[in-house]
Design a protein around this ligand. Sequence first.
Ligand code: FAD
Length: 403
Amino acid sequence: MQCFDAPCTAACPTHIDVPKFISMIKSNNVIGAAEVVKTSNALANTCGKICPEEVFCQSVCTRGKQDSPIWIRELHFFATQYEKDNGFSATKVFPKSKKTVAVVGAGPAGLGCAFELAKLGHRVDVYDGRIPGGVPRNSIPSFRLAVRELESDTKFLSGFFKLKAQAVDKKGFEQIRTSHGATFLAVGLGQDRMLGIPGEKLKGVIPVLKFLEKAKANSTSMKIGKRVVVVGGGNVSLDAAATAKRLGAESVTLIYRRSEKEMRVWRSELEEARKQGVEIRFLVNPLSIVGKTNVEGIKCRRTRLSKRKDRSGRPIPVEVKGSNFVVEADSVVIAIGQTIEAEWLGSVERPKGGYVKVGKDFQTSVPGVFAGGDMIAGEGTIVQSVAHGKYAAHAIHEYLTAM
Ligand SMILES: Cc1cc2nc3c(=O)[nH]c(=O)nc-3n(C[C@H](O)[C@H](O)[C@H](O)COP(=O)(O)OP(=O)(O)OC[C@H]3O[C@@H](n4cnc5c(N)ncnc54)[C@H](O)[C@@H]3O)c2cc1C
């Protein structure tokens, strides 16, 4: 707490003043500590529960050089939970401007932007066809983030903007864009990528977001096959595998075409999946999903890693001839990533049909239209998305002020 340069604060994308809030907890001002956290990060309680501390604040904690890092995230969560249980403190009255801003998408990026814009005095309309919260509300499994933990944030934030229950389409986008001083797009990555191999239409093949959303909404009534195979090698595939186990699957096998070293996962999640009894088979590539009407198995081929690397900097897996085998399965979950589900974006530039291109100020190729979150950077984290929203809000403020 006496670090003069607080590397934890620098490592946090929303730059929470960590030494300050920990000192406040120490002096018994827990509500004050929660306010410090919330002032920087709109999804304070949510991030206190599931922000990957091993990647951000705790990974650089000075104390870690002596023995072990301070449990920053746990202290943060303690403060925000305490505030939730004891009633939110009254908020400051912010100045009022005559400008209005539209935010499309009420996930972490959209909420982060709306909160910051409200603090800067602007009237904000947030458009979303679903209940606010984005992926943390709909897809992150309840055993890691319960809806009530997220709602403690969304309830608090709902006082700062007008929610419009509308899924935006091409016509809606034009109307919204022309009737507000600026627009912030934050629709995330709502479309599951599929493998494009034979058999993906069989009954029992489930794209991962659909699977996780259904499981979060109906965990008591949802049915899953006895033998489940998950295809993928990221955090989302680990969530799917652990969820399948909790839904009662007898065996869950995760197949990944590279080795453990190349997996882009948080080690804590990998350990957790293993503890749950998930079997992970490395260096395996799916060829087709087999079955008549229902899934009966997945045909695979072994791979080896070549010396050549792909754009991600990881070695390219090469199939080993004659090494085919079938893993029997009743359900197959495809968890190989997501893309933007927003054909209505029209002339907003998306290089090679991918993520939305923005400048340093988060402005897209269309003047007055800004964007942030996963839709500009690919699959990231909640705190990074909140930070995009927050810093984009300041750029929007400057844009509106110059008008
Ligand atoms: C299974 C899973 C587990 C994860 N676990 C973690 C974790 O533990 N910790 C962590 O930090 N990060 C985690 N992440 C990543 C994190 O959830 C995302 O980086 C973050 O949610 C992205 O925020 P966003 O605001 O960009 O998009 P989203 O969260 O996707 O929100 C987008 C919002 O836009 C709305 N929307 C979409 N289309 C429209 C439209 N046409 N009109 C109006 N609204 C629209 C959606 O309904 C949604 O509410 C996880 C992701 C997944 C998929």
